[in-house]
Design a binder for this molecule. Structure first.
Ligand SMILES: Nc1ncnc2c1ncn2[C@@H]1O[C@H](COP(=O)(O)OP(=O)(O)O)[C@@H](O)[C@H]1O
Ligand SMILES: CC(C)(COP(=O)(O)O)[C@@H](O)C(=O)O
Length: 277
């Protein structure tokens, strides 16, 4: 057994998505598109001192169901320490990042000898089962600007990508519970997500991704006053912004938010996917 291993996982902002439930959580998931980010989560795994696993995020103990499930599945009694550039619960896929980072690092520390696809499948299934996400894990494993054409883990889904990179700015106003939204009626959201995906498939550019994301945000009925006002401010100065699903967060390409007078966090699209360091 190794002493410890660390993985870096990019954050993932979903612009739009449709929900595709299935009995088997490794086959369930979402279609959609989003941006993976150079801001992300660094996850370090070491054997736990006692029999109980512990999970710590930015110095505070935390319960993240998908992480517990990943540790159980890998039979890895571990201490997981995560450092995040991004807030949890605000649409950046932090729970998914912790799940896949834990899977990659625990596989190494406990010498489980699973393949990358097997580890991504475990993390994806754990995230879907917990209701904390549907497509973040596979997007975060891929990197870039992934288009999720078919739902599910790596054995079932189909991914493409927008061949582009960009500076990304974001501001967060608060949290939105992904599991609450996903456990409600998702019909309207899925209809809007399907329409948005067909636009981006027809024209896989960042600009069409932003148009499709804004239309989705409007139609999905999830906008808050702060989010609407901020998107309008960016539009007024000729920028491109939309809402990060599912969080009270606005993201913009280039200098959209700073041009509109905000003081955003700044990063870029991530060129690769989750990696062991
Ligand atoms: N202080 C906290 N704030 C938000 N989520 C928390 C907190 N502590 C634990 N959690 C858990 O973390 C997960 C966050 O999932 P989610 O809302 O999908 O976030 P993200 O958008 O970052 O993936 C949930 O399982 C939630 O129960
Ligand atoms: C939008 C969401 C269902 C949740 O994303 P988050 O709140 O960041 O966990 C995502 O997993 C997706 O399928 O696109």
């Amino acid at each position: 057994m190794r002493e410890e291993a660390t993985a870096f996982v990019p954050g993932h902002i979903t612009g739009f998505f449709s929900a595709h439930p299935a009995e088997d959580p490794t086959k369930a998931g979402s279609r959609g598109a989003g941006l993976t980010l150079t801001d992300g989560v660094e996850v370090t795994v070491e054997p736990a001192a006692g029999p109980e696993p512990t999970v710590v995020l930015d110095g505070e103990p935390i319960d993240v169901d998908p992480v517990t499930t990943v540790l159980d599945t890998l039979d890895a009694p571990a201490r997981v320490e995560a450092e995040s550039d991004l807030p949890i619960g605000s649409g950046f896929g932090v729970s998914g990042a912790m799940a896949i980072g834990t899977a990659l690092a625990a596989n190494r520390v406990f010498e489980r000898k699973l393949s990358r696809n097997e580890l991504v499948t475990i993390a994806h299934g754990a995230e879907v089962q917990a209701g904390t996400g549907l497509g973040d894990v596979v997007a975060q494993a891929h990197g870039g600007v992934p288009i999720r054409l078919e739902p599910g883990g790596p054995q079932d889904n189909k991914l493409d990508a927008i061949p582009a990179r960009a500076r990304v700015e974001y501001v967060t106003f608060g949290q939105l519970s992904t599991s609450e939204v996903l456990s409600g009626d998702t019909d309207q959201l899925t209809a809007a997500g399907t329409e948005a995906l067909s636009r981006v498939v027809e024209e896989p550019t960042l600009l069409s991704f932003m148009y499709a994301s804004r239309a989705f945000a409007r139609e999905a009925g999830l906008l808050t006053e702060d989010v609407v006002g901020t998107i309008e401010d960016v539009t007024a100065v000729g920028g491109q912004a939309s809402m990060a699903m599912l969080g009270e967060t606005v993201f913009a390409l280039g200098t959209g938010l700073s041009d509109a007078g905000y003081d955003p966090a700044v990063c870029a699209t991530h060129p690769a996917g989750a990696v062991l360091k």
